[in-house]
Design a protein around this ligand. Sequence first.
Ligand SMILES: [Zn+2]
Length: 107
Amino acid sequence: MEGPFHVSEISSRITKISPGAYILSRDGKVVHYVGRSDTDIALRITNSIGEGSGYQYFWFEYSSSPMQAYYLECEWYHKFAPTDNTNHPAVPPGTSWRCPVQGCPWS
Ligand SMILES: [Zn+2]
């Protein structure tokens, strides 16, 4: 995982068009939101911060596939328990992936 970076640095820090997982924070310390993109992580973060939740900082990690991005998102979701995620990470339509975290009802 790389970061935290200020949201003004998205395009300079995320230089590949790639699936990946990311974390958003209002203060650069607390994990407020965990997300992923199956196609373009920089675009997804840009859209997320435009939704008015006051996020100022992000962390990210590239993934080799959408499934790996989902696994990473699940691990961070359970590890950090972000306050702004109201639901467990969802799988894309048509897939049957399960959460990799033991004991999770989605595993
Ligand atoms: Zn889970």
